[in-house]
Design a protein around this ligand. Structure first.
Ligand code: IMP
Ligand code: MG
Length: 173
């Protein structure tokens, strides 16, 4: 596998989109105290950039979801880390790196719903709508992407490429 020569989304494009998403979220939750639930590991980069663009006292929690081996879904979602605090009565915004089949978001949503939050929405940096199997959808989406495997800005292939500052397509050799 090799990286595309040019990024699919440059650092500048990502930064501009994150700023616009933050502005929209800030408007929508103006009167409410918000808890970001960042889905590790992939959304750590996006979540950290997004939360620094949000005004006010935003709370941050992490959940670790694991469903992938290489570029194939294993078909089950495990949660090696869950928030220690209850999300009951909170306005929760789930932060995902990419929405693919929707399995992860569907599983995280059910886990959070069981705790009776005041509200629950999802924000995904990337969305591959053509791949959807589960009915999950994100209220806020950074960019739609075609059915290609992408890496960088938190997104990995077998734990590699996460630290690239831009997003690239992973191509076959
Ligand atoms: P889903 O559960 O099928 O929606 O997949 C969501 C998870 O799969 C994401 O949080 C990513 O960790 C991973 N994933 C899906 N597509 C890609 C991709 O193109 N690049 C990197 N990771 C991906
Ligand atoms: Mg991954």
């Amino acid at each position: 596998m090799r990286l595309s020569d040019a990024p699919l989304f440059s650092e500048e494009q990502i930064a501009r989109r994150v700023e616009a998403l933050a502005a929209q979220i800030a408007t929508d939750y103006a009167a409410q105290s918000l808890t970001l639930l960042i889905v590790l590991k992939g959304a750590a980069w996006f979540g950290a950039d997004l939360v620094r663009r949000l005004p006010g006292d935003t709370l941050v929690e992490f959940i670790r979801a694991k469903s992938y081996a290489g570029d194939t879904s294993t078909g089950e979602v495990r949660f090696p880390l869950v928030p220690e605090v209850s999300l009951a009565g909170r306005h929760v915004l789930l932060i995902e790196d990419i929405l693919d089949t929707g399995r992860t978001l569907d599983a995280v949503t059910r886990l959070v719903e069981a705790q009776a939050p005041a509200s629950l929405r999802a924000c995904a940096l990337l969305d591959k709508p053509s791949r959807r199997v589960f009915p999950a959808r994100a209220h806020y989406v950074g960019f739609e992407v075609p059915d290609q495997f992408v890496v960088g800005y938190g997104l990995d292939h077998d734990e590699h490429y996460r630290t690239l500052p831009a997003i690239y397509t992973l191509l076959p050799d």
